[in-house]
Design a protein around this ligand. Structure first.
Ligand code: SF4
Length: 134
């Protein structure tokens, strides 16, 4: 008795589909997949273009930093304000001294925050206060 009820329920939930309906359903699914593939290809091409632009920007930035570091090293070596790796020209404000990105390059000397140019001479490359040693 119980199995008859189960068979009846199963047969009610089964729907017969013709071969033509299956073909149409597959064709619609294929169209959706092809459309999504087209979008995916377009997005990949866009990402490739962005990656190329980013690689170019990184290359230019690296070149700029390399040049700035070389100029900074020379200025740090020859500047009259370089006192054993500490710049005596600049007085660094509290806001910069407490900035976690810069604080490793700053030291308090006799109550005044100063740049540690021996830690990053790139500061000298950007500096307008340079004065050659005599
Ligand atoms: S170049 Fe500028 S930052 Fe470098 S030691 Fe001289 S004054 Fe200081």
């Amino acid at each position: 008795m119980e199995s008859e009820v189960q068979v009846q329920q199963a047969s009610e939930s089964v729907k017969l589909i013709s071969g033509l309906e299956i073909d149409e359903s597959v064709a619609v699914s294929m169209e959706i997949v092809e459309e999504e593939l087209k979008w995916s290809r377009a997005r990949i091409e866009m990402l490739e273009t962005q990656m190329q632009m980013l690689a170019k920007d990184v290359g230019e930035t690296t070149r700029f930093v390399t040049i700035a570091r070389a100029v900074g090293e020379w200025k740090a070596r020859t500047c009259a304000y370089n006192d054993k790796g500490i710049c005596r020209a600049w007085r660094v404000g509290d806001d910069l001294a407490n900035d976690p990105r810069l604080s490793p390059l700053i030291e308090k000397v006799n109550g005044v925050y100063r740049f540690r140019i021996d830690r990053d001479p790139t500061i000298c490359a950007l500096c307008p206060l340079y004065r050659a040693k005599k």
